[in-house]
Ligand binder design. Structure first.
Ligand SMILES: [Fe+2]
Ligand SMILES: [Fe+2]
Length: 335
């Protein structure tokens, strides 16, 4: 998902007997559905795993602006441009809520940014694919934001208060993102034959990378168990992927587009669709830096950081000037 392959401390869930009294009390609060707040005691592993998860999530929101930002100046109408611009700005906001949320765990936004820019911290593999045509704006909104919603709606119930509250606000905006994507797809799918072809091509290229967003299959997802016990992950990767496929296939049928999977078939017994898994070798390859746009994305973020240095310096100098003036005024009042 936006946070894929987040390593949790401990691959095996700690048994009740192995827990310290503090850990037992903490787990009892989580089991009772209570929210954990920044000043509450928490196991170090919980704090570290959450920093990794929220940090990776924030980075995905920020890097996720790039493939769509690519099309703002080439949107086909003024209305589409305004909508896309608002959507990309929303993603910046999501990144900022999440960096702020992560800061309550004792890390700074600068620390997280440094780790993104050096390549130490990851972001979602989906943003390492290019957006080749305007139809990709439709496919990304429909499928990528759609997959994001599938993962983020349950995260509104996550155990960490600041993360959970950020998710509530983010999910409202994600619904708008998905709708605007589907609306673009609808226009193109019902449009001229050439537009319909573009819509189908965008679906063909986005389908499997979107399925990869949920992370590897549960059997290979070694870090899930502890995160689920701590309720910082609510559903397994496979559960969410299945839900996404079940929801999306009828939408594709409505558009008259075909999902690029010849084995896709609804099982009448379970009501679920059987589908072909994505190419997991490709997934791990993209995650380790070899996707079509990994270098371009990191270069763009590094350039933005370097280009923004004068703004950060200016803001710091202004804050320092205000602080000095306030101190001088206070000491003037005292004397
Ligand atoms: Fe977002
Ligand atoms: Fe979004």
């Amino acid at each position: 998902m936006y946070a894929q392959m987040v390593s949790s401390t401990g691959k095996v869930v700690k048994s009740y007997e192995d827990m310290s009294p503090d850990e037992r009390a903490f787990q009892a609060r989580i089991d009772a559905g209570e929210k954990i707040e920044p000043k509450d005691w928490m196991p170090e592993g919980y704090r570290k795993t959450l920093i990794r998860q929220m940090g990776q999530h924030a980075h995905s929101e920020i890097v996720g602006q790039l493939p769509e930002g690519n099309w703002i100046t080439r949107a086909p109408t003024l209305e589409r441009k305004a909508i896309l611009l608002a959507k990309v700005q929303d993603e910046a906001g999501h990144g900022l809520y999440l960096y702020c949320g992560a800061e309550t765990l004792g890390v700074t936004r600068d620390d997280l940014t440094r780790d993104l820019l050096s390549g130490k911290m990851k972001y979602s593999s989906i943003f390492n694919y290019p957006t080749l045509t305007w139809a990709d704006m439709g496919a990304v909104g429909w499928l990528v934001d759609g997959a994001a919603i599938m993962n983020q709606v349950p995260l509104q119930r996550t155990s960490y208060g600041p993360y959970s509250r950020a998710m509530i606000r983010i999910c409202k905006e994600e619904s708008f993102h998905q709708r605007q994507g589907f609306d673009i797809m609808m226009k193109m799918a019902y449009g001229l034959p050439a537009q319909r072809k573009m819509a189908q091509d965008a679906l063909n290229r986005t389908w499997y990378p979107a399925l990869m967003m949920f992370g590897p299959s549960d059997a290979d997802s070694v870090h899930s168990a502890q995160s689920m016990a701590w309720k910082i992950k609510i559903n397994t990767n496979d559960e969410l992927r299945q839900k996404f496929v079940d929801q999306t296939v009828p939408q594709a049928e409505y558009l008259g587009l075909s999902i690029p999977d010849e084995h896709l078939k609804r099982d009448p017994e379970t009501g679920h669709y059987n589908f072909t898994q994505p190419d997991w070798d490709e997934f791990f390859d993209v995650l380790s830096g070899n996707g079509p746009c990994n270098v371009e994305r990191l270069n763009a973020r590094n350039k933005a950081w370097d280009d923004g240095e004068w703004v950060r310096d200016g803001l710091m100098a202004h804050a320092e000037k205000k602080r000095t003036a306030k101190c001088a005024a206070e000491s003037g009042r005292q004397s």
